[in-house]
Design a protein around this ligand. Structure first.
Ligand code: ADP
Length: 388
């Protein structure tokens, strides 16, 4: 399919004059706030389902933002934790990931490990016979059985970038380093940000825009923005997830391991740990490091407790290979949206008011995010056609 529209414009920094803000008539039909993978995927899907719509994608940081959930997401597509009802959406997402990422998505085995036998489980020693380095991470007497699942790994940051670039080629405009604040009635305030020579982020200029439709794709920030600025209370929540590093070497073909909620993802010749999320973080929670035998760590208390609880089954965690850090800044971490406030919920979208939608990724965005963004694009396409 060829796009009749010329490529969109990109405003990366305040040196590039941004004029739509001065026009009395809306120049865009849709404003998407947040160019993480969800917002970027929506922008691209809109160019396919509703090519007549003029879209502006607005991002507070760069593409992808260093602080967003996208850049720290595990990047694991897997059916391992999905109910049957979501399999079709996951398969659709995988096909789409392959189209967008080409060689940048790799097949990898995924093993969930257990202490007890059950139908479908195989002895861990058999499954890992060809992977002695993986076997050495764990105690096969405690984790004697495993279920093998299909999985694919990729970089969610690359996905956000690829989707946004494809959308721009098909006419979407992109405004970077700009903080958007939504208001009722499709109004949005934009603050174009710049960095002073003393490294402070300041507002260079402000614009007011209006569009028939605004989509909040601001990740973990979205529920609070909906509530504070649009006055719409949602059931969604957020949690702070840290992804500590385990320096135990991993080989090229090493499988992803999943043990009692903890995922060990082979990455850069070692492992990234993705701890379980147990619950939403309470309103006002500020991430803080915990303490291990009186020594401050960069890992929050709950995560530390989980890892300590797994040290018998995964002796590698009890070695200096586990990077505990001294303070929070030592451990990569990001706020993650929890759709419906639940750690296991699928990505979702919902209408907030006559002019606004919410699009949330969350913990299953790696496996289902593209499908949910596509669903919302189709819904917007239907609604705008009806409205014409
Ligand atoms: P998701 O996986 O849902 O895409 P992310 O956290 O990766 O979640 O993406 C959300 C994006 O929204 C981030 O890149 C973040 O910088 C951006 N963002 C958050 N709040 C604002 C805002 N007020 N204005 C513009 N961008 C925002």
């Amino acid at each position: 399919m060829t796009s009749a529209r010329p490529p969109g414009r990109v405003w990366a920094h305040v040196g590039q004059p941004f004029t739509p803000g001065t026009s009395p008539e809306p120049l865009h039909d849709v404003l998407i706030v947040g160019a993480g993978r969800m917002g970027s995927a929506l922008a691209l899907a809109l160019t396919e389902h509703a090519p007549h719509l003029r879209t502006l994608l607005i991002e507070e940081g760069g593409l992808p933002n260093e602080d967003g959930a996208t850049i720290l997401a595990p990047g694991i597509w897997t059916l391992a934790h999905l109910p049957d009802t979501q399999r079709e959406a996951a398969r659709w997402t995988l096909e789409r990931l392959r189209t967008l990422l080409g060689d940048d998505i790799q097949a990898r085995a995924y093993l969930t490990l257990h202490g007890q036998p059950a139908p479908g489980r195989q002895p861990t020693r058999d499954l890992l016979a060809a992977q002695p380095a993986s076997l050495a991470l764990l105690d096969p007497d405690l984790l004697s059985y495993a279920t093998a699942y299909e999985a694919h790994t990729y970089r969610p940051g690359t996905l956000a970038q690829t989707a946004a670039q494809a959308a721009i080629r098909r006419g979407t405009d992109l405004l970077l380093n700009t903080r958007a604040t939504p208001h009722p009635g499709g109004h949005v305030t934009l603050e174009r940000l710049t960095v002073t020579n003393t490294h402070q982020i300041v507002t260079h200029e402000t614009h007011n825009l209006r569009a028939p439709l605004v989509v909040l794709a601001t990740g973990a920030h979205a529920p609070a923005q909906a509530e504070h600025h649009l006055g719409v209370h949602t059931r969604h929540a957020r949690a702070y997830r840290q992804t500590p590093h385990l320096a135990t070497p991993s080989t090229e073909g090493a499988p992803i391991l999943h043990v009692h909620g903890l995922t060990l993802r082979p990455q850069h010749g070692a492992y990234t740990l993705i701890p379980p999320i147990h619950h939403r973080d309470p309103h006002g929670y500020v991430p803080q490091g915990g303490q291990l035998t009186g020594v401050p760590t960069g890992l929050r208390r709950e995560t530390l407790e989980d890892l300590v609880g797994l040290m018998d089954a995964l002796p590698a965690l009890a070695t200096p290979d586990l990077h505990l850090g001294r303070s929070l800044a030592d451990i990569p971490g990001a706020w993650l949206a929890l759709p419906g406030g639940r750690p296991d919920a699928a990505p979702t979208h919902e209408r907030l008011d006559d002019h606004a939608h919410l699009l949330l990724g969350g913990p299953h965005a790696d496996t289902l995010g593209l499908w949910t963004a596509d669903q919302l694009a189709q819904k917007i396409a239907r609604e705008t056609e009806r409205g014409q």
